[in-house]
Design a protein around this ligand. Structure first.
Ligand code: ATP
Length: 327
């Protein structure tokens, strides 16, 4: 049974419109006019227990709004949402025990206190027994390599260490469903990898379900087999990461190592040239022409090596974000 069920979920934000100048301010004061922003439009998807799903979209696409509806922080304007068999907006304790929300740009730990103090507060809020508390702190400290860091004031920790402590605080009650909004935002590459590895291990060890947004495609490719892509509030893709490439990238890159140098004019006969470096040539070839083009290159040119690759996933996603479609 699905642990997250979203159907026709929409969110409209009313935004007060104010004309500039004194006249505008006065009329805004007495008679406000509003316009609507449709942040999320009839989005539907389901997530199975234990799945790790990437949630992709450009800035302002509606990711955070969706996550807020999934965690019950805001009420949907229309549609249905169920998480772990609860209606999030009711924010029942039994629901809150099963979920967590981590926002990379917001922190819950108290800045001037050691992380351990905030963790103790969380343990009290969630009614975690002393035994479980000690056992979980030990386990998470080891998984996150935070030995010796929990007694230090949070403000003295590095950004990466702080994020790890944030994750610890968010996971102390052992939630089943993790909503992670940019958990690696601003971290250096090592810390990003550490957080990513931790999430993978956490998912495997506890079978937790994870819905993750990240601007770093490396997070998504490392963790998620399935992705949801949202564009201007609408879900435009739900499927495997591999198929995303097939859906949105109608071309492949063909890398050829030539035995002898050739001019670009001669090479252009075989396809659209992306780059030429000495004897290495990279062509961009439409998918439907791939077999024909490769056969022609192999038959007519003296080739030392030939490989066909997908374009980098960042490039594809960038194109989807800027246009909403793949081509
Ligand atoms: P980002 O990656 O930049 O965080 P996002 O995909 O999370 O973007 P949202 O924060 O969900 O996007 O915003 C979606 C749209 O709704 C944007 O146009 C944003 O300006 C608007 N919006 C978000 N919150 C509010 C609000 N409280 N009131 C009015 N408009 C809002």
């Amino acid at each position: 049974m699905s642990i997250v069920v979203v159907s026709d979920l929409s969110k409209v934000y009313p935004v007060a419109v104010k004309e500039p100048g004194l006249k505008g301010t006065l009329s805004h004061f007495f008679r406000r006019t509003y316009r609507s922003i449709e942040a999320v439009k009839q989005v539907s998807f389901e997530i199975q227990p234990g799945e790790v799903v990437g949630f992709l979209g450009a800035n302002g696409a509606g990711k955070t709004t969706t996550l807020k509806m999934l965690t019950g922080l805001i009420h949907p304007s229309a549609g249905k949402v169920r998480v772990a068999d609860h209606i999030p907006f009711r924010r029942k304790p039994a629901f809150l025990q099963q979920i967590t929300l981590v926002m990379g740009q917001k922190q819950q730990l108290i800045w001037d206190l050691p992380a351990l103090d905030s963790l103790k507060i969380n343990a009290a809020i969630y009614g975690i027994s002393d035994k479980d508390y000690r056992q979980r702190i030990g386990e998470l400290t080891e998984m996150l390599s935070l030995q010796g860091k929990l007694n230090q004031a949070v403000r003295k920790l590095s950004l990466g260490e702080r994020m790890k402590c944030e994750l610890m605080a968010a996971l102390l009650h052992r939630p089943k469903v993790l909503f992670l909004d940019e958990p690696t935002l601003g971290l250096d590459v090592n810390a990003q990898v550490a957080v990513r590895e931790f999430l993978r291990e956490y998912n495997q060890r506890y079978g937790a379900t994870i819905l993750l947004t990240s601007h770093y495609m490396a997070d998504i490719t490392a963790l998620c087999q399935r992705v949801l892509v949202i564009h201007k509030g609408q879900l435009i893709y739900d499927g495997g990461l591999d198929d995303l490439i097939n859906t949105f990238a109608p071309y492949r890159e063909v890398q050829v190592e030539l035995a002898h140098p050739m001019s670009e004019t001669e090479l252009s006969f075989y396809g659209e040239i992306e780059a030429v470096e000495g004897l290495s040539v990279r062509f961009c070839v439409q998918r439907e022409a791939l077999t024909r083009t490769v056969a022609k290159i192999l038959a007519e040119l003296e080739v030392l090596d030939l490989s066909v690759t997908d374009p980098p996933v960042e490039e594809i996603i960038g194109r989807v974000f800027s246009t909403g479609v793949g081509s």
